[in-house]
Design a binder for this molecule. Structure first.
Ligand code: NAP
Length: 444
């Protein structure tokens, strides 16, 4: 039968040349589920893993739009519908110059496992474009979003595929995309999540990924007899996820001492809280860089061209982008006695860094830690279907419960003596539910 993991990986690499981020994501999952797969011949006989690494459908399309100077621009749009065994495809749209098919396949593949971990009925997908909203006017962003949706609308729907936001796609972009869908289909349905509160959005959705990540980190800390209160925490980025995480860490009594941008990081030993967070939000809403102006305003230190992981902290929560923690960063964290890294960004750690951290401290991967975002998206879908809105407390209580269940699932599949292998726990925990549904649904 499928005796050799290397053979599996090299077959995948030959079929998908150049897709290095996708290969990295698959290798990480396969490495930890392989033994389990070997011990369960029913999955092997149905070629479940071979089917799981092949998206059900990939849509690529031209996105033409007109900029403010009247010049015609062209970008490329994508939607990767990865796996629908558990429900409609569900996953964000990313608008960023770095977007490629490989990145979206890695994200869609990860999303399938993440959505499975939430226990909600959602399949996995991801999409986006190499268009970056940064530096564009509102009018340009609207015209781009309308053009993007003019193709995408025929492939999605509330029971088929429900996109959401991701990097570069926040409330403004979701609004423009949803508006164009509604116009083309002449229907008001829950086809997208991350909508505005007044028109179908859920309370807590903007904060959900960051809040959920901190709830997850809190469970990890409790397991080793500690608490977030009093911890010194390094956070990276200052986007949607970082904002939610920093807000919740402060609320629970922790102290955040770093944020970062692509050009470097801020070290603020006094802690980033209260009016400082408001100031950062204001800068972001005007499309400005946040990192350098913050340093000037609050007398904090700006360290250019470096990562925040060199600052001595107890807990690290990467919230920016993939592969933002390399092996040197990981070694630095461990050397400085950091004892926990909860990855809020998707695949925030490079493979060797994740392996090193996993051996030396408590480390949990993005698919478990950041699942709170898609979980509340799932709750938004439920509210839309029932045409009701739950109060803030109810959504937060459900989010807490889901994060606690995900942690529990990671522990039950990843326990190894006193330690928990969260990578293994998250991967097997996510795999089993999808694999069982695929078996039950036959060869489709
Ligand atoms: P976002 O709002 O666009 O924020 C991303 C942040 O990271 C920004 O502060 C950005 O700075 C910074 N950044 C980008 N590239 C960087 C680099 N190379 N080095 C350091 N900082 C960098 O995106 P987000 O929604 O917070 O998402 C962050 C991560 O969480 C991504 O990995 C995403 O896939 C993951 N995630 C998000 C959600 C969600 O609900 N939003 C859910 C699950 C997972 P600039 O703005 O200055 O470029």
């Amino acid at each position: 039968m499928k005796a050799d993991i290397n053979e599996f990986i090299s077959k995948l690499e030959n079929r998908t040349p150049g897709e290095k981020e996708f290969h990295q994501a698959v290798e990480e999952v396969i490495g930890s589920v392989w033994d389990f797969y070997q011990k369960n011949p029913r999955y092997q006989q149905a070629n479940i893993l071979e089917r799981m690494v092949e998206p059900e459908r990939v849509i690529m399309f031209r996105v033409p739009w007109v900029d403010d100077r009247g010049e015609v621009q062209v970008n490329r749009g994508y939607r990767v519908e990865f796996n629908s065994a558990l429900g409609p495809y569900k996953g964000g749209l990313r608008f960023h110059a770095s977007v490629t098919l490989s990145i979206l396949k890695f994200l869609g593949f990860e999303q399938t496992f993440k959505n499975s971990l939430t226990t909600l009925p959602m399949g996995g997908g991801k999409g986006g474009s190499d268009f970056s909203p940064k530096g564009k006017s509102d009018g340009e962003i609207m015209r781009f979003c309308q053009s993007f949706m003019s193709e995408l609308f025929r492939h999605i729907g509330p029971n088929t595929d429900v996109p959401a936001g991701d990097i570069g796609v926040g409330g403004r972009e979701v609004g423009y995309l949803f508006g164009q869908y509604k116009r083309l289909k002449n229907e008001f349905t829950g086809v997208m999540t991350g909508k505005g509160l007044g028109w179908g959005g859920s309370l807590i959705r903007p904060e959900a990924t960051g809040f959920g990540a901190v709830y997850f980190a809190q469970h990890m800390l409790h397991r080793i007899g500690k608490d977030i209160e009093g911890q010194k925490v390094a956070v990276s980025g200052f986007g949607n996820v970082a904002w939610g995480a920093i807000t919740k860490i402060n609320e629970l009594g922790g102290k955040v001492v770093t944020i970062s941008g692509p050009d470097g990081y801020i070290y603020d030993p006094e802690g980033i809280s209260g009016e400082k967070i408001d100031y950062l939000l204001e800068l972001r809403s005007t499309n400005n860089d946040v990192v350098e102006p913050y340093a000037a305003e609050f007398g904090a230190k700006f360290i250019p061209e470096r990562h925040p992981w060199e600052v001595p902290v107890n807990v690290a929560i990467p919230c920016a982008t993939e592969n933002e923690v390399n092996l040197n960063d990981a070694k630095e964290l461990v050397k400085n006695a950091c004892y926990l890294l909860a990855e809020a960004s998707n695949m925030g750690c490079m493979a060797d860094a994740a392996e090193y951290l996993s051996k030396n401290i408590d480390y949990a991967p993005g698919k478990a830690v950041n699942a709170g975002g898609v979980a509340v998206s799932g709750l938004e879908m439920s509210q839309n279907s029932m045409r009701i809105s739950w109060p803030r407390e109810e959504v937060d209580a459900r989010l807490k419960l889901i994060m606690s269940d995900i942690h529990e699932r990671c522990v039950s599949y990843g326990k190894n003596g006193n330690k928990v292998d969260y990578i293994k726990g998250a991967n097997i925990g996510g795999f089993v539910k999808v694999a069982d549904a695929m078996l039950a649904q036959g060869v489709v």
